[in-house]
Design a protein around this ligand. Structure first.
Ligand SMILES: CC(=O)N[C@H]1[C@@H](OP(=O)(O)OP(=O)(O)OC[C@H]2O[C@@H](n3ccc(=O)[nH]c3=O)[C@H](O)[C@@H]2O)O[C@H](CO)[C@H](O)[C@@H]1O
Ligand SMILES: [Mn+2]
Length: 308
């Protein structure tokens, strides 16, 4: 066969394969052009994880042989227990599949924890926790509870950890590409906004204060993680600053999320997860979102929270 004929026949096969598998075409296009539509590194050269920026096979070949365990804290107090079933079931389908995951579930209502079948190597521990009559308090006290858990159970025992909001659901793959020393997620609603528009705490009286001329990203409080010793420093600092604020009778605009943003401003995350890792069901899908991996589900705030 002449080389021209051979070339034509090869191209016919490639075209046919691509037609049969549109996902393959998309993967090839993304890998050819990369992600020129979004930033894939921060100014301090931390990767920002987007679909099309990582080779999963390569990543799994690094982490799988290490037989790592990833602890995951979830708080479900009061009526928020209703989110557990969907969150856990979807996590078993998409979250670090094939890895050891230990869910630590904090709740005041252990009886309402649904029975969800966990895959091999995965387990769930329930930690009985007192509730509060203010949702703000429930949310921000996660910091001190995670601090205690790390000190008592996680330090030097697990490799990585995440804290996840319970009013959430996984829709697609979330794997080992998300692991690093210190991990934050870029908040979907403030991705692309100017730093002046970020809802950082702007009152100098609060420990979470960030002046208008500072800032780089706005991180969501719903997802953070990393190595236990790094997360310990984070939650400990936030807890101390929350204590000082409490003594001064001031509560930051977005509670612990404001303190988290202050911490990340001066202690940069080593990996940033794109809004693929924290989208919102009520938010219109944008063209840069090739995949939605994890989202906040719709909730009726007035009905579900203990206060408004
Ligand atoms: C998407 C995102 O980044 N969300 C953050 C945002 O609002 P959200 O509206 O997401 O806050 P939220 O009502 O989901 O509360 C945060 C979390 O606290 C827990 N919870 C809260 C109330 C309750 O009655 N029972 C209960 O268990 C639960 O785990 C929930 O996921 O701001 C909060 C602080 O103001 C937190 O930083 C959230 O992580
Ligand atoms: Mn939430």
């Amino acid at each position: 066969m002449k080389w021209k004929e051979k070339w034509r026949s090869n191209m016919r096969t490639v075209t046919l394969r691509l037609r049969q598998n549109p996902y393959l075409s998309l993967t090839i296009i993304i890998s050819l052009v990369g992600r020129s539509d979004v930033d894939t590194t921060s100014q301090w050269l931390a990767p920002i994880v987007w679909e099309g920026t990582f080779d999963l096979k390569m990543i799994d070949s690094i982490y799988k042989p290490q037989n790592i365990t990833v602890a995951t804290t979830i708080f479900a107090l009061g009526k928020y227990t209703r989110f557990l079933k969907d969150l856990l079931e979807s996590a078993e389908k998409h979250f670090l599949v094939g890895y050891r995951v230990h869910y630590y579930l904090f709740t005041d209502l252990p009886d309402q924890v649904p029975l969800v079948k966990l895959s091999e190597g995965r387990k769930l521990s329930v930690i009985k926790t007192e509730s509060s009559n203010r949702w703000q308090e429930i949310s921000l006290r996660r910091m001190e509870r995670i601090e205690k858990l790390i000190e008592e159970k996680l330090l030097h025992k697990v490799d990585y950890m995440f804290s996840l909001d319970v009013d959430s659901k996984f829709y697609a793959h979330w794997g080992a590409e998300s692991l690093a020393d210190l991990v934050g997620v870029v908040h979907a609603w403030f991705f692309g906004s100017s730093t002046q528009q970020f809802p950082y705490e702007r009152r100098p009286e609060s420990q979470a204060y960030i002046p208008y001329d500072e800032g780089d990203y706005y991180y969501g409080g719903a997802v953070f993680g990393g190595r236990p010793e790094k997360v310990l420093k984070l939650v400990q600092t936030c807890r101390k600053n929350l204590d000082i604020d409490r003594a001064n009778q001031i509560e930051a605009l977005w509670q612990e999320e404001s303190h988290l943003n202050k911490y990340f401003l001066y202690n940069k995350p080593t990996k940033l997860l794109s809004p693929e890792y924290l989208w919102d069901d009520i938010k219109k899908r944008r063209s840069f979102m090739k995949v939605v991996r994890f989202t906040q589900v719709v909730k009726n705030y007035a009905e579900i929270r203990p206060n408004h």
